[in-house]
Design a binder for this molecule. Structure first.
Ligand code: MIC
Ligand code: SF4
Length: 757
């Protein structure tokens, strides 16, 4: 029975806590080693407690407590859910309107523009929520992860969310996993969530952050150490005495950006900081409940002392010596300390001058973040310093916005000339309208966001985005250049005198409590019988889904290669966001962006290649449409960490819709690989990565023996060169028996549909 209220009811939490003793006790006796926190929470959510688990090996069924979806992914998730024929979502689920609001002028104007521009989509989402018993957070309510942290996350809980930064809730001790819409559909239709039992990485924290160093610097450093694929298939658990010195929202920042290292999720143990946050956000009953079972909400003491044998990998990090970092451009793991950036930028020809500075996003817009950044601005203003570049701020939620307005913090930003944007993703997801005069030339921006792939923020590959803490963003905005060390540098003020910045001072939580602001939540109505979900047949933005065809039982013979991508091919490269977000509910229209960002390995150009049917050079989406219309299936080839970044399943559905049979790459990012399996596309990795180099533009690929497709058995492939010569190779796959069924049925959803009928 689902309960889509504005906050997680204590009954749900108590239900989860009531099984901890028995479940954890049983699990401990089967594995025979001290337990990490991740194992405890997962064991308590196993669908079948007797099911064996094998780290990095077994796929297990879990029962999450909640589902959350944001507007840009909810559309496709709910279009799929609707085809299952249920009357109500099986677990408490919510939809959050945050991604579709474009940042142009400022909060009020932009929100009004979004409400009218996206009306059809918001009406659709609101009516689906009402019809199927989901909670609806309207535009202006805030970014999904912040609202979840404030309202729904709880220590020891487990949730999935259709957004890669769902792990934000790990800051409140919850296992929160980012998934594609099809996984959300499983859970909303009452099926378990299936995931590979994760490996465990411990980050053992000692010491205490000080001065300019902030939680963001912890994850910027960890991203450097683990790289964008180092967390793949693992839960990163932050342990050790240093963890307790970080605020709850700071922990959330760290877990949030764990998405950038590919981790399944990241997690902190329940502690006093979490209790304080629960109290401050009106959830004292949950804090009491958690206190009563606190020993289950942290790793065993022995797991921490014997960490080298309990965890698969251990990173030691001394917070006391950690210095402020800044990562980028173009990849979130390119890290260095802030004072080293100037020299590196000069050596690489990156513009030193900053064209815009942005504070906020789901990663960094807590009360603590904003007070720390504001303290720098206040001191600067008192000492005749000015912000030298456009400064933009996106509050993470209506509650944060109302509170920082009440406490005069927004006024500090506005006095410094900052533009306050809507409580939404905005420039973080390319929803940022900037003049061509700026974006048309190489330029540098600094943000407190988490992602910085090319074109991510303003659609321009010429924009170099660097991610850092909010206080460092503000310091660099005062300097106007990335060649500045806030710790030791000084800036010249209005009177021509040098001024050094003070060390940022923050407040963990508002002394006067949070101001909830406007009510932006709509619960489902008690009587849902008469509610109609309407999708206009001629809509450009919404399209009802047709089931994908089941596999025809044939092997794949001599398929052309639509794209051989070189280097990074993230979900942004496969299915760009920004202006394309408007088609997230219309599979055919959004397929107009397929591979627009992918770099053609034969030409070095992004977004275009040779049409295998007529030999002409065209944009990839046009070639894909041509192949689709001609009934010609195809494959795509790529390099490492294919599908890194977002959870958007469009990056799997578009290729599927256009006729992709297999994606063959050196390695995959977790969410995207699952999304491909869910939609019936075969994800293969080269057993011998060198085969990638042998693939030519006019080659074809055969994949055979598919009738024998079985878990873990490599698949036979053959590369056909145009001169008739061939190269045989194998593709590894990570299919479970269930995944093989999805492939045969044409998609995971086809199986759900069949079971529901
Ligand atoms: C992102 O940060 O890339 C997004 C936009 O939030 C995505 C979701 C999406 O593409 O809709 C994510 O992280 O999953
Ligand atoms: Fe929104 Fe950016 Fe957070 Fe994604 S990372 S949820 S786009 S604010």
């Amino acid at each position: 029975m689902s309960d889509a209220s504005a906050t997680t009811p204590i009954e749900l939490v108590n239900g989860v806590y009531s099984t901890l003793d028995a479940r954890i006790g049983a699990y401990r006796s089967t594995v025979g080693h001290p337990l990490s926190l991740a194992e405890k929470i997962l064991a308590n959510h196993l669908d079948d407690p007797a099911q064996g688990t094998d780290r990095g090996g077994s796929y297990n069924d879990l029962r999450p407590d909640r589902v959350a979806m944001q507007d840009a992914t909810a559309q496709m998730a709910l279009l799929q859910f609707m085809t299952a024929g249920l009357d109500q979502a099986a677990v408490p689920s919510t939809v959050h309107c945050d991604h579709l609001i474009q940042a142009k002028v400022g909060a009020k104007t932009d929100l009004l523009a979004a409400e009218s521009g996206n009306k059809e989509v918001y009406d659709f989402l609101e009516s689906v929520c009402a019809r199927y018993g989901l909670g609806f957070w309207g535009p202006g309510s805030g970014i999904i992860h912040q609202v979840v942290l404030e309202q729904y996350a709880f220590p020891g809980g487990m949730m999935i969310g259709t957004d890669s930064h769902t792990p934000n809730a790990g800051g409140l001790g919850m296992i929160a996993i980012g998934v594609g819409g099809a996984d959300a559909v499983d859970v909303m239709t009452g099926f378990p969530f299936n995931v590979r039992w994760p490996k465990l990485i411990a980050v053992h924290l000692t010491g205490e952050l000080n001065g300019w160093s902030s939680p963001k610097d912890v994850i910027l450093k960890v991203a450097e150490l683990l790289t964008v694929k180092g967390g793949t298939g693992a839960i990163v658990e932050y342990i050790g005495p240093g963890a307790n010195t970080i605020s709850c929202t700071g922990k959330a920042t760290i877990c949030n950006m764990g998405a950038e290292i590919g981790a399944t999720t990241s997690l902190f143990a329940y502690d006093a900081a979490m209790s304080r946050y629960l109290m401050a956000t009106g959830r004292a009953a949950i804090a009491d409940g958690a206190d009563a079972v606190a020993h289950h909400l942290r790793p065993d003491d022995d797991a921490v002392t014997q960490r080298d044998s309990v965890y698969d990998q251990v990173i030691e990090l001394d917070l006391s010596t950690l210095r402020p970092h800044i990562n980028g451009p173009h990849t979130p793991d390119l890290a260095r300390e802030v004072q080293d950036l100037g020299a590196e930028a000069r050596a690489n020809g990156w513009p030193l001058e900053i064209s815009a500075a942005l504070v906020g996003s789901c990663t960094n817009s807590s009360y603590e973040d904003i007070t720390r950044a504001a303290s720098i601005l206040r001191h600067a203003a008192e000492n005749g310093l000015r912000v030298r570049v456009p400064l933009l701020i996106t509050p993470g939620s209506e509650q944060v916005r109302a509170t920082i307005e009440r406490d005069g913090l927004l006024a500090t930003f506005e006095a410094a000339g900052a533009t306050v944007l809507a409580n939404a993703c905005g420039p973080c997801i390319g929803q940022w309208s900037r003049p061509e005069a700026i974006t048309g030339v190489p330029n540098t921006i600094v943000t407190s966001y988490n992602r910085n792939f090319p074109k991510r923020n303003d659609g321009s590959a010429k924009t170099h985005a660097f991610v850092t803490s909010p206080e460092t963003v503000v310091a660099l905005a005062l300097a106007g250049t990335i060649d500045f060390d806030p710790l030791t540098g000084s800036l010249i003020n209005d009177s021509g005198e040098p001024v050094s910045l003070i060390v940022p001072v923050g407040e963990e939580l508002p002394a006067a409590g949070f101001d909830p602001g406007e009510n932006t939540f709509t619960p489902p109505p008690a009587d849902r019988s008469g509610i109609d979900v309407r999708v206009a047949p001629d809509s450009e933005r919404l399209q009802l889904l047709e089931p994908f065809e089941p596999w025809d039982g044939e092997d794949f013979h001599e398929l052309p290669i639509l794209v051989k991508a070189q280097g990074k091919c993230t979900t942004d490269h496969i299915s760009m966001a920004g202006p394309w977000l408007k088609y997230r509910g219309h599979l055919e229209n959004i397929s107009g962006n397929l591979f627009l960002g992918a770099v053609n390995a034969f030409t070095g150009e992004a977004g275009s290649g040779k049409d295998p049917l007529d030999g002409q050079t065209k944009p990839y989406p046009e070639i894909a449409r041509h192949l689709h219309e001609a009934g010609q299936p195809w494959v795509a080839v790529g390099d490492e960490n294919w599908g890194e970044g977002s959870s958007r399943e469009h990056a799997a559905m578009e290729p599927r819709f256009r006729g992709a049979k297999a994606i063959i790459v050196r390695s995959f990012a977790r969410i995207h690989e699952t999304n491909l399996k869910k939609q019936g596309v075969l994800p293969l990795t080269f057993t011998d990565p060198a085969v990638y180099d042998l693939i030519g533009e006019d080659d074809r690929i055969s994949i055979t023996g598919l009738a024998q497709l079985a878990p873990g058995v490599p698949v036979a492939c053959r590369l056909h060169h145009p001169d008739g010569s061939v190269v045989d190779f194998t593709g590894n796959q990570t299919m479970s028996p269930e995944h093989v069924e999805w492939f045969r049925a044409g998609s995971a959803l086809n199986i759900i549909r069949a079971r529901m009928l």
